[in-house]
Design a protein around this ligand. Structure first.
Ligand SMILES: Cc1ncc(COP(=O)(O)O)c(C=O)c1O
Length: 383
């Protein structure tokens, strides 16, 4: 097998997460599975069929290039939505393939109607409104003009949705800001309905909003991180735990990342290990070289910090992580040998290395750790 590590994706964990999320979301709202960033590092080609097997038929990505990738693997009846970048010359492709997309400024709106008119085919659009995140979205002050343009171009689009995105629903410190966003979104919606421009779906909620702000669960929710088994923040987990103390940990991580020991060797006391002088052996040591380094998604900031699992024991990374390797101290495992399984993220016997501990040590958030896992590490779906 031509690779130095591989990732296993657990189908049963995914099913469990979706079951839990469906319980919270309820029957009425559609779940859109957010699969941008190569499905948060899990591989679009793995997650799309797993989601479809759980009766999820709506997917969200960031760009047209990600959408193109999803089109190759999704079932024909599954809907796809682009929440961010669509270049002018990609609008035609989106309309042609019934791909839904966010429209958040007048340039894109005009370009969309121009293209739809020329193609004699309706675009499937979601109007994104600015409620306080200040990334993309139409301002409230622009509403009269927006409604007029929408009314004038009725025959060129289906208004699939009216949407917004929250500025940090995972943290209580943003509570006031999120409440204001919810209120402003409602004001936008009232304006639309007063003028008889009615979106098919109202949608605003990401994972954190779904888990902690029930009123944000409308006609559709856009769930990313939680479907992969991660809490958006410890606060979100605490909130759910307080609601239902029986559900201590309803979310399950899908991912396990494994490699193998490449070399085992002994080092004398007084020798430096690896590049430079960041680790000095203070006694005779046995070390193992693992063929995974920062070019494989194992951050260099885990030098002298990280941990991996070998033969059911937790062993520390020593010295600097190089481009293609890390070195670990296996002095306490005399039987260790070349080819032994190394768990970088996941469980081995009774021990576990979580993405969160991995992220905290390398000063990243889970989202970052996951999406930085290189796409060329082979991923296998396991039961
Ligand atoms: C517009 C939008 N909706 C939904 C999501 C999903 O967020 P989460 O992964 O926190 O559920 C994202 C992710 O950043 C997003 O940008």
């Amino acid at each position: 097998m031509f690779h130095t590590s591989h990732i296993e994706i657990s189908q049963s964990a995914y099913k469990k997460n979706i079951r839990y999320l469906k319980k919270i979301v309820g029957e009425k709202a559609t779940i859109s599975s957010v699969i941008k960033g190569n499905a948060y590092g899990h591989g679009v080609e793995n997650i799309v069929p797993m989601a479809e097997a759980c009766k999820i038929n709506h997917f969200s990505v960031f760009s047209a290039s990600e959408a193109l990738q999803v089109c190759r693997v999704k079932a024909p009846k599954s809907q796809l939505m682009i929440m961010g970048f669509v270049d002018d010359d990609e609008i035609e492709w989106a309309i042609e393939h019934d791909v839904e997309f966010f429209v958040f400024d007048i340039d894109r709106l005009n370009k969309t109607f121009e293209t739809a008119r020329r193609m004699k085919k309706r675009a499937r659009i979601h109007i994104e409104v600015e409620t306080g995140f200040h990334r993309t979205g139409f301002d409230y002050a622009f509403l009269p003009q927006l409604i007029e343009i929408l009314k004038e171009n009725k025959e060129h689009y289906y208004l699939e949705g009216l949407c917004t995105h929250y500025a940090g629903a995972e943290s209580i410190s943003n509570y006031v800001r999120i409440r204001e966003q919810i209120n402003l979104y409602r004001k936008f919606y009232r304006y639309f309905s007063r003028h008889d421009v009615l979106p098919c779906k109202k949608h605003t909620a990401c994972s954190a909003a779904v888990l902690t702000y029930p009123t944000t669960i409308m006609d559709m929710v856009r769930i990313g991180i939680a479907q992969y088994g991660f809490w958006p923040s410890p606060e979100t987990q605490m909130f759910r735990f307080n609601k239902d103390p029986k559900d201590t940990n309803p979310l399950r991580r899908l991912i396990t990342w494994k490699s193998r020991v490449m070399v085992v060797k002994n080092v004398e006391a007084g020798e430096f290990i690896g590049y430079g002088s960041s680790f000095l052996a203070n006694k005779k040591m046995k070390i193992a070289i693992i063929p995974v380094g920062y070019s494989n998604g194992f951050s260099r900031s885990l030098s002298n910090m990280g941990r991996v699992l070998i033969r059911g024991r937790r062993v520390p990374v020593i010295g600097t992580v190089t481009m293609n390797t890390m070195t670990v101290n296996v002095s306490d495992i005399p039987s260790v040998e070349r080819g032994d399984e190394v768990v970088i993220i996941g469980k081995q016997n009774r021990l576990n290395i979580s993405v969160a501990s991995f992220s905290e040590m390398s000063n990243q958030v889970n989202y970052q750790t996951l999406t930085r896992l290189p796409a060329d590490i082979p991923r296998f779906v396991v039961k």
